[in-house]
Design a protein around this ligand. Structure first.
Ligand code: IPM
Ligand code: MG
Length: 347
């Protein structure tokens, strides 16, 4: 069981350290953790945010535990050298096309949401975000028009097979939950979305038990705040999923609690908190490591088939929260290591 650990930038190393302690505590026979450099940290060391050595380590492992990337000091670099290219490169190179982002309110934390608690307490949803296509990976560039104006451009597109495979992930996820799937697009304006919708409707024929609905992304953003309890599984493209998943995380109270899985065909996956590198609090021991710890639990479940161990970690995190041990993001005062200690104790 070889797991690659890519801590990255900002708070990445701090939160990853705690998740590694949790994994080690389980004393899983044959577990081997191999570290690699990504993001700005890798750029400063190797001249590239995703060095070949790191990609090698990723390929030799069964799964990746990922911290965060992003560093303002790299903002001036050409785009292909910026820290974000590490995560985008891993997603593309490793075929990690299906991003699962669950959001639910933890018991006892209903007051933390900026929504009314009775609205937020109904949130229990899963965003299935396509991760290998869309405007993220289309051709892009900067050019100067004939009249001298500069223009930035990014090409948005989806091919039908790309939509089909993520639609299957969405329908399968819905089958395992409450059999409701909402496909989010912008088919009233975009051809990319029209194809998306057509293909999702075709795939739906293979899942007659699932109730499929469609929603425009602007309406979905509104409904997520108005009545988030109406959603169960949402399937959407790369860009819309990026935006809606941040929104969903805030609806439940804190981005510091939400884990995510990025899966390839089969069991290979990359697991990361959905929060970023938070440079403003990096190195201060203030970051909440729970999202990364919960990502490690997802890793055990999806990539290693260790359901019982995953559930143990999740229970330990829930118990820590229920006992009132909270990070600053949750209005508490516990530091990164203190939260790690508390989860370990309960494990
Ligand atoms: C995310 C992040 C990334 C994205 C960035 C870091 C490239 O926001 O995982 O949601 O836009 O996909
Ligand atoms: Mg994002």
């Amino acid at each position: 069981m070889r797991i690659a650990v890519f801590a990255g930038d900002g708070i990445g190393p701090e939160v990853t350290e705690q998740a590694v302690r949790v994994l080690e505590k389980l004393e899983l026979p044959g577990l081997e953790l191999v570290e690699g450099d990504v993001g700005g940290a890798a750029y400063y060391k190797h001249g590239h945010p995703l060095p070949a050595e790191t990609l090698e380590i990723a390929r030799s492992a069964q799964a990746i535990l990922f911290g965060a990337v992003g560093d303002f000091s790299c903002d001036h670099l050409e785009r292909h050298l910026r820290p974000e290219q590490a995560i985008l490169g891993l997603r593309k190179e490793l075929g990690l096309f299906a991003n699962l982002r669950p959001a639910q309110v933890f018991a006892g934390l209903e007051d933390l949401t900026t929504l009314r608690p009775e609205v937020a307490s109904k949130i229990d949803l899963l965003i299935v975000r396509e991760l290998n296509g869309d405007v993220y990976f289309g051709e892009k560039g900067m050019r100067t028009l004939e009249d001298g104006r500069r223009q930035g451009w990014d090409m948005m597109s989806y091919a039908e097979d790309e939509v089909r495979r993520i639609a299957h992930v969405g329908f399968k996820a819905a089958m395992g939950r409450s059999k409701k799937l909402c496909s989010v697009d912008k088919a009233n304006v975009l051809e990319t979305s029209q194809l998306w919708r057509d293909v999702v409707i075709e795939v739906a024929k293979e899942y007659p038990e699932v109730e499929l609905t469609h929603m425009y992304v602007d309406n979905a953003a509104m409904q997520l705040v108005k009545n988030p309890g109406q959603f169960d599984v949402i399937v959407t493209g790369n860009l819309f999923g990026d935006i809606l998943s941040d929104q969903a995380s805030m609806c439940v109270g804190s981005i510091g609690l939400l884990a995510s899985a990025s899966l390839a065909e089969g069991t290979y996956g990359l697991y990361e908190p959905i929060h970023g590198s938070a440079p403003d609090i990096a190195g201060k021991g203030l970051a909440n490591p729970m999202a990364t710890i919960l990502s490690a639990a997802m890793l055990l479940r999806h990539s290693l088939g260790l359901e019982a161990e995953a559930a143990r970690i999740e229970a330990a995190v829930a118990k820590t929260l229920a006992d009132g041990i909270k990070g600053g993001d949750l209005g508490g005062s516990a530091g990164t290591r203190e939260i790690g200690d508390a989860v370990l104790e309960r494990l």
